[in-house]
Write a protein that binds this ligand. Structure first.
Ligand SMILES: Nc1ncnc2c1ncn2[C@@H]1O[C@H](COP(=O)(O)OP(=O)(O)OP(=O)(O)O)[C@@H](O)[C@H]1O
Ligand SMILES: Nc1ccn([C@@H]2O[C@H](COP(=O)(O)O)[C@@H](O)[C@H]2O)c(=O)n1
Length: 229
């Protein structure tokens, strides 16, 4: 069967990667979490003194961007890809609130986006890929055969993230998560380069009142429609 490219974009914490990973596993495609790449650049910047408080030393980051190598390796325990930064597994570190609260300003920088988009396009050049993010259907793979744009209310998204952190035994504040979700949405939608927006040819999915199995079934149906055409 011919392989296609699947782009899943949308607001933060709305379930993009949950849907994308499940579909990729079912259909035997590669799954790439593009947000993890921006998170890895952010972690690098935090750990290497590129952040001074909330200020970014953009000139230093520009010089060092080509030294930031991001890769993914399947974790046999979770069955999901873990993110590696310069050869080190940073999957847990990049999900911290510290990284979440610094990532969107890093993702506004044109040279960072250029470097990430080039790597993402190289990962998808043989098709058979499901990639989720903010600009996959608009910039990274504008010719993707299947494009989805996911949304849900900020409150439900914050609640899902809060439940996830609690289930992992991590400290979490619902208000802090809600604030972070709203702030990232604002920065992502209003940046100059590749702002978050629905591609004209993307299908809209509001999953506020959907369960994980329901959204999984919906996505599988959309995939089936495309490949059976
Ligand atoms: N329909 C749903 N109902 C309830 N919980 C959900 C649903 N979809 C996803 N979740 C849960 O919501 C949380 C966020 O989902 P996920 O990480 O897939 O979102 P995301 O859009 O990829 O987030 P981010 O943009 O921050 O990477 C996870 O704990 C996931 O299990
Ligand atoms: N294609 C993308 C993906 C992500 N971002 C930025 O990274 C942040 C973290 O992404 P998550 O998917 O892990 O939430 C996100 O808030 C965006 O600022 C991006 O710009 N483009």
């Amino acid at each position: 069967m011919k392989k296609i490219t699947i782009a899943i974009d949308g607001f933060s914490s709305c379930g993009k990667s949950t849907m994308a990973k499940d579909l990729a596993r079912e259909i035997g495609y590669i799954y790439i979490d593009s947000g993890a790449m921006y998170r890895a650049v952010t972690l690098y910047s935090i750990e290497n003194g590129i952040f001074q408080g909330n200020d970014i030393d953009t000139e230093r980051l520009r010089k060092e961007i080509d030294d930031i190598h991001i890769s993914f390796q399947l974790n046999p325990e979770t069955g999901r890809p873990d993110t590696y930064l310069n050869g080190v597994n940073v999957e847990n570190k990049i999900r911290s609130m510290e990284v979440s609260s610094h990532v969107s300003p890093i993702a506004t920088l044109g040279f960072v986006r250029e470097a990430m988009v080039a790597q993402q396009q190289a990962m998808g050049n043989s098709k058979g890929i499901v990639m989720d993010g903010r600009d996959i259907g608009t910039t990274v793979f504008p010719d993707a055969e299947l494009k989805i744009f996911v949304t849900a209310t900020p409150e439900i998204r914050a609640q899902r993230r809060y439940d996830e952190l609690k289930a992992k035994g991590q400290e979490a504040s619902f208000d802090e998560i809600l604030e972070n979700v709203k702030q990232r949405d604002y920065i992502d939608q209003n940046r100059e380069v590749s702002p978050l927006r629905k591609a004209d040819d993307a299908l809209l999915l509001d999953n506020t009142d959907m369960t994980i199995p329901q959204q999984k079934e919906w996505l599988q149906e959309q995939f089936n429609k495309i490949v059976k055409r």
